[in-house]
Design a protein around this ligand. Structure first.
Ligand code: SF4
Length: 292
């Protein structure tokens, strides 16, 4: 798959349609609704019936809960301005989360109807946003599919996820997403469990990146954390180079700073140093990654 986002630019210039416009949304909505009855939208696979009001780890129900929606100028240069919707309720629990507690407590988010979300998206498109960017979307797949059916504008869809979603979600996303904007957070499962309560994260992330890379265009975010360079950042970059190719678009994020409960974890209770960031960037270039 072309990692230079060429199809995304074709949509922006009106030469192609966003992929959801030709997708079988009715079938996908039905399938996603069925998954909610024994939820395994993410790798955690709580298997509770959300359709009957039960809540799993993410605590998301069946209604939209949104804790922020605006034109965002801080995303990757290809994507801005981006009509960004921050969804409340997350499938992971990162101790350093910069949006907690709103991000992880759906009850703190505002309830919107499908119609309100769709109208907001059309409005953002008219205002010049280049895409609709769903942040932390995985537990809201059913809601998102329903809204895409109502959206009138030809706006590309960005799936801004921690990459901890299930195979079933990955399957339903095929043909819907124009740009996968995926974190690759941990290569070591011990780190994923300790810092994000995310068992099997590395395997899920590898699988989802491979599928996403075949399905559409992709940008990978690698957040570098202090003392997690050898166990996570470097092996992630090496895996990307070996499995997705040297041209994969990778954004090495150096902005880590301790938030929320990070002060309880000595090794990540400080900002990343310039030297550490430099070491990771030099490493990425040395192993041959070309699209940083
Ligand atoms: S989305 Fe994930 S965390 Fe939320 S209920 Fe479903 S399986 Fe559990």
């Amino acid at each position: 798959m072309n990692n230079a986002l060429s199809n995304y630019y074709r949509i922006l210039s009106g030469k192609a349609k966003p992929r959801f416009k030709s997708a079988d949304l009715d079938r996908k909505i039905k399938q996603a609704g069925k998954i909610l009855e024994s939820c395994e939208l993410c790798e955690r696979k709580c298997r509770i019936n959300r359709a009957e009001g039960r809540l799993g780890f993410c605590r998301a129900g069946t209604e939209w809960r949104i804790f922020g929606a605006h034109s965002h100028f801080g995303e990757e240069s290809e994507l801005v301005p981006s009509g960004t919707i921050f969804l409340a309720g997350c499938t992971m629990r990162c101790v350093y989360c910069q949006n907690a507690p709103q991000s992880i407590k759906p009850e703190l988010g505002e309830m919107w109807s499908d119609k309100e979300v769709a109208e907001w998206i059309d409005k953002k498109h008219k205002e010049g946003c280049r895409n609709i960017n769903f942040v932390s979307p995985d537990c809201y797949l059913w809601n998102i599919l329903k809204v895409l059916k109502l959206v009138k504008s030809d706006i590309p869809v960005v799936w801004n996820s921690n990459a901890y979603y299930s195979e079933k979600t990955a399957e339903l996303l095929k043909g819907i997403v124009d740009v996968y904007l995926l974190d690759f957070r941990y290569f070591n499962e011990k780190c994923a469990i300790e810092l994000s309560s995310a068992p099997n994260y590395p395997e899920a992330a590898k699988r989802n990146h491979l599928i996403a890379n075949k399905d559409a265009e992709m940008i990978i975010r690698v957040l570098v954390m202090p003392n997690h360079i050898e166990c996570d950042a470097k092996p992630i970059l090496k895996w990307i180079k070996e499995n997705l190719g040297a041209g994969t678009r990778v954004n090495i994020l150096a902005q880590y700073h301790p938030c929320w409960k990070a002060m309880e974890y000595k090794e990540i209770n400080r900002a990343l140093s310039m030297e550490e960031c430099g070491e990771v960037v030099v490493y990425a270039k040395r192993i041959g990654l070309k699209n940083l």
